[in-house]
Write a protein that binds this ligand. Structure first.
Ligand SMILES: Cc1cc2nc3c(=O)[nH]c(=O)nc-3n(C[C@H](O)[C@H](O)[C@H](O)COP(=O)(O)O)c2cc1C
Length: 435
């Protein structure tokens, strides 16, 4: 039997992948949007629905960055709402291990697992910097190196809490007193004890995903996660990442199949290849408005470029390399600003590109562009040749961006025998084939 493909739906994010100028673009915060995308994913027999987390609106030059202007609603509350309008779809939420607390998150996730009948998942992130922590009591604490130490102990502690509930029959003679089992975790990061407040949930342990690409992040995933949400969506790059991470598993006594690798990918479908390519080009122009082009250029130049014309040539000034970053709340994308600027200038010169045309050229080509048949074949090739185990699809439109994929591509994957026609299980763990 060929490898079965895992499919998940990413609610369109706050970055410029999401197109807002399209007349079909809807609200980022109305429940109707979340419900439409989740129900479409469930109609397509997807494994899970995925939400990112924004603990603080990101800033650039002291202003709210990009689509963060639409707000960042709370992840778990949205997923709890979705539990009521879906029956089989997994519900995965990104939740930060640096600023949240284990008792708090373990309770919330166990509760979501109960409400949904065993469909809760937690995407563990550590955050890209101290900026996010300023909203919390402890501030932007924790060195970079310590973040994964805390995240590892956080996951262990959550699992101890979930395991600690031992329902004992109430001793009626003694007057309805009962015990539920106690927990005690005494470690360098957390020293807590007591009784956990939520009975054992259907999955016992909600599914754990990890997102974070550093060596520490990969090691944490190999040691403790059920799946990785990765950025490696090119065929060769994906295979290298897959080999690297799966090879780490034996150190922890784990089988390769116990950790699923699921990159975030985008797609554009058309009736013909030429039609899909034209659509893809049109979407990229919508994604990179003149303002967005300047905003993305500023992230390399690290300086205010608002006076420049996006339809004009690149700035002649060099990037600011020593100044403090003008971006708050986003991981640095360009390690060597001067090298990136030199490379971009070379491309712009060679192809006679304006700032906007250059940004369209160097950012955001969609991962899969084609007819439903070519896209289904390509997705299948990625999975069968171990570039990944499945995909977290990132549509460019809220909330209808998954409709054509579910109607057009899913039936072809089912025909190929690489995607389910019915859910195998009532739990996410069961559908993912995890122990
Ligand atoms: C695919 C992917 C998705 C992520 N999504 C989020 C998110 O929704 N919220 C968040 O705070 N951080 C997110 N992160 C960032 C993580 O917080 C992570 O801590 C960050 O990448 C720094 O860790 P690293 O050095 O191991 O990459 C994401 C990272 C990756 C790779």
């Amino acid at each position: 039997m060929p490898k079965q493909i895992i499919l998940a739906a990413h609610f369109p994010g706050v970055n410029n992948t999401t197109v807002w100028s399209d007349p079909e673009a809807g609200s980022q915060i109305d429940f109707a949007s979340f419900k439409h995308l989740a129900r479409t994913a469930e109609r397509g027999k997807f494994d899970f629905f995925f939400l990112a987390e924004g603990l603080r609106l990101r800033e650039q030059r002291g202003l709210i960055h990009d689509l963060d202007v639409v707000g960042r609603p709370d992840t778990l509350t949205v997923l709890a709402g979705l539990a009521a309008v879906t029956t089989h779809l997994g519900l995965a939420g990104t939740l930060n291990a640096t600023f949240h607390e284990p008792y708090e998150l373990a309770r919330q996730l166990a509760t979501l697992d109960h409400l949904s009948g065993g469909r809760a998942a937690w995407n563990v992130v550590t955050s890209s910097g101290p900026f996010f922590g300023e909203n919390f009591r402890k501030g932007g604490f924790l060195d970079y190196a310590d973040r994964y130490t805390r995240a590892g102990e956080f996951i262990d502690t959550a699992r101890e809490l979930w395991d600690s509930w031992e329902p004992l029959a109430p001793d009626r003679d003694a007057g309805f007193f009962a015990d539920t089992g106690t927990f005690r975790h005494a470690g360098p990061q957390f020293d807590i004890g007591g009784r956990f407040g939520v009975p054992k949930s259907p999955q016992g342990h909600p599914v754990i995903l990890q997102a974070g690409d550093s060596d520490g992040g990969r090691e944490l995933a190999a040691a403790k996660a059920d799946a990785i949400f990765s950025r490696h969506h090119q065929l060769e790059d994906g295979r290298e990442f897959y080999r690297d991470v799966k090879a780490r598993l034996s150190r922890y006594g784990r089988e390769p199949d116990s950790l699923k690798i699921i990159p975030g990918v985008s797609f554009v479908l058309g009736d013909t290849l030429a039609d899909a390519q034209e659509k893809a080009h049109h979407i990229r122009r919508q994604q990179v408005s003149p303002q967005t082009a300047i905003l993305l250029l500023e992230q390399v130049w690290n300086t205010d470029l608002s006076a420049y014309d996006a339809e004009g040539p690149l700035p002649e000034i060099d990037p600011q390399v020593d100044a403090e970053s003008i971006i708050q709340g986003r991981a640095a994308q360009h390690a060597d600003r001067l090298a990136t600027a030199a490379e971009w200038r070379g491309i712009a010169e060679q192809k006679s590109l304006s700032i906007r045309e250059l940004i369209i050229e160097v950012t955001g080509r969609q991962s899969f562009i084609g007819t439903p048949a070519t896209v289904a074949a390509e997705l299948d090739e990625y999975v069968q040749t171990d570039a990944c185990d499945g995909f977290i699809l990132v549509p460019h439109l809220t909330p209808g961006g998954l409709d054509d994929f579910v109607d057009g591509v899913v039936p072809l994957l089912q025909e190929r025998g690489v995607f389910r026609t019915e859910y195998e299980s009532t739990t996410l763990r069961g559908n993912l084939g995890l122990a």
